[in-house]
Every structure is written in C-alpha cells, then in structure tokens.
Write a protein that binds this ligand. Structure first.
Ligand SMILES: NC(=O)c1ccc[n+]([C@@H]2O[C@H](COP(=O)([O-])OP(=O)(O)OC[C@H]3O[C@@H](n4cnc5c(N)ncnc54)[C@H](O)[C@@H]3O)[C@@H](O)[C@H]2O)c1
Length: 259
C-alpha cells in the first residue's frame, strides 16, 4: 500500500522547484495534496496535471487569514490535515549588513520565519483534530553557519531551528512531530535566478566540483528525505535536524598525491 494513502499534506511554496517535487512525491505515494503558493498560475497547472487528490489554494504565508483559509480548504476537500511542509522561502539580494535596508530584512524574515510560525500556529489544531501528524520546516545549510552578504536569509533560517525545537516540545504530547531539513545547494530557480533586487544568482559563485559528492542536489533528493521524515517510519523522531547537502558542509574534498 502507498505510504501516504488517506493522508492529506499541505506544502507551502508548493509550485516552486522543491515544493512541486515534494507535492508530486507525496501524490505518487497516495496522499491528497494541497498546494499552497502565491503563484496561482503555476498552482492551478500543477493541480490540473495531478488531477484527483490535488487541490491548489493561493496561500501567502505571511498572512494569518490566508493560512486559516488554506487549512480550512484542506479539511473541507479531504476531511483532515495530517502533514504540513513549511517550504516557502525567499533569499535576499546579496549585500553586506551595512547596506541591507530594513524593508529587505523585514520581507525575508516575514516570509521565511513568520510564515513558518503562522503555519505551525494555524495547522497545529487541525493536526490535533486528525489525531496527530508531522510538520517539517525547510531551513538551509546556511542556518548552521554564517554566509557573508546573506544576513536576512541566514538569520531567518537560524531562527527556524529554534522555532522547530520549541514546537516539537509543545506538540509532542499530541502526537505531532516537528523537524527541520537543511538542504545544501539544490538545483532550482532559487540558485539559478537572481533574488528580487539582485543582478547575480548564487549559482554564479558556486561550483560543486570540490565537494564530496560533486553535483548539485536535485529537488527529488530532498523529497525522498521529506517523505521518510513525515512517514510512520520516523515516528520517534522529533525536534531533529537533517542536513542533505552531498557533503558540502564537510568542506572541499581536495586530495594530495600520496608520496
Ligand atoms: N535551492 C536551494 O539551493 C535551497 C537551499 C537551501 C534551502 N532552500 C529552501 O528551500 C525552500 C524551497 O526553495 P526552492 O529552491 O524550491 O525555491 P523556489 O524559488 O523554486 O521556490 C520557492 C517557492 O516559494 C513561493 N513563495 C514565495 N513567497 C511566498 C509567500 N509569501 N507565500 C507562499 N509562497 C511563497 C514561491 O512562489 C515559490 O514557489 C525555501 O525555503 C528555500 O529557502 C533552498
């Protein structure tokens, strides 16, 4: 039997590079999928492509009323909500802290951090009504160190770690598990297209050749980990952080010739 039969999963940023991969992966495993995103055109197209068991709702993660409508839509369409994936996220245009304006700082924090907070807040009662469930917050390897010129993004993703641990403590007794995934460099428009207000993309600076597994990550790499973490196979895992980066954080795998 598919792992997610009779389960309903809400994926935010569900039309993006990784989000759409997650949506497809859950759907292929039997789940009802609710695609939440601000991009209505891509959302409608993805829902139409998947057909039954797929529903798109325009969700702006920074808006609590938008969250309430999305959770209500999931329960109305499919009877319950079992899994929430807080995947929506944006990067800042690269700039040193001294040249980062407050509006940029606030926008990144609003989407990446407040969006995740609101998702947990609004979805938790629905997961409880379903008898329990799982939440996965997508952070980043950038939430495990510093990255020059990405202060808003780094700070927002570090904060998601603290939020995740706190939510895990608050919700564990209700059979709701909360974990983070820290992707490394994943081949989506996120790295191939400049952030809003920027002229260069991350991929322009990044070469995977020196790293242990010398390729970019694929969205499906992350989807497979996500499916494990939200499945019953992971029923004793909560408040944990999963790095999926092909060894990026290990540092360069440059080797010298043996003497
Ligand atoms: N691609 C990478 O290398 C990488 C690495 C580490 C972490 N991440 C994280 O993975 C997640 C997915 O990124 P991706 O690579 O798929 O990027 P992406 O740009 O393809 O997707 C991001 C999605 O979020 C949506 N979105 C933006 N603002 C929103 C809002 N206010 N409400 C709802 N949806 C909104 C966008 O429409 C888009 O569909 C993000 O949280 C990102 O920070 C990405």
């Amino acid at each position: 039997m598919p792992r997610f039969d009779n389960q309903t999963v809400l994926v935010t940023g569900g039309t993006g590079g990784q989000g759409a991969s997650h949506v497809r992966a859950f759907h292929a495993e039997g789940a009802n999928v609710v695609i939440g995103d601000i991009d209505a055109e891509r959302g409608a197209a993805l829902a139409a492509e998947l057909g039954t068991r797929a529903h798109f709702i325009r969700l702006d993660v920074t808006d609590e009323s938008s969250w309430c409508a999305a959770v209500l839509a999931a329960e109305s369409a499919f009877g319950a909500l079992n899994v929430l994936v807080n995947n929506a996220g944006v990067q800042n245009p690269p700039a040193p802290i001294e040249k980062t304006d407050q509006a940029t700082w606030s926008r990144i924090l609003d989407i990446n951090l407040t969006g995740t907070f609101l998702g947990i807040k609004v979805a938790a009662p629905a997961l409880r009504r379903a008898g329990g469930g799982a939440i996965v917050n997508i952070a980043s390897t950038m939430s495990l160190g510093g990255t020059a010129h990405y202060a808003p993004y780094v700070a927002s993703k570090w904060a998601v770690r603290g939020l995740t641990r706190t939510a895990a403590l608050e919700l564990g007794r209700d059979n709701i598990r909360v974990n983070t995934i820290h992707p490394g460099v994943i081949a989506t428009s996120f790295i191939h297209e400049p952030a809003v207000g920027a002229t260069v993309a991350i991929a322009d600076f990044y070469s995977p050749e020196p790293f242990a597994i010398p390729r970019l990550g694929e969205p499906t790499d992350v989807s497979r980990l996500l499916l494990f973490l939200t499945s019953s196979d992971a029923s004793f895992i909560t408040g944990s952080e999963y790095v999926i980066d092909g060894g990026l954080l290990l540092g360069p795998a440059l080797q010298t010739e043996a003497a």
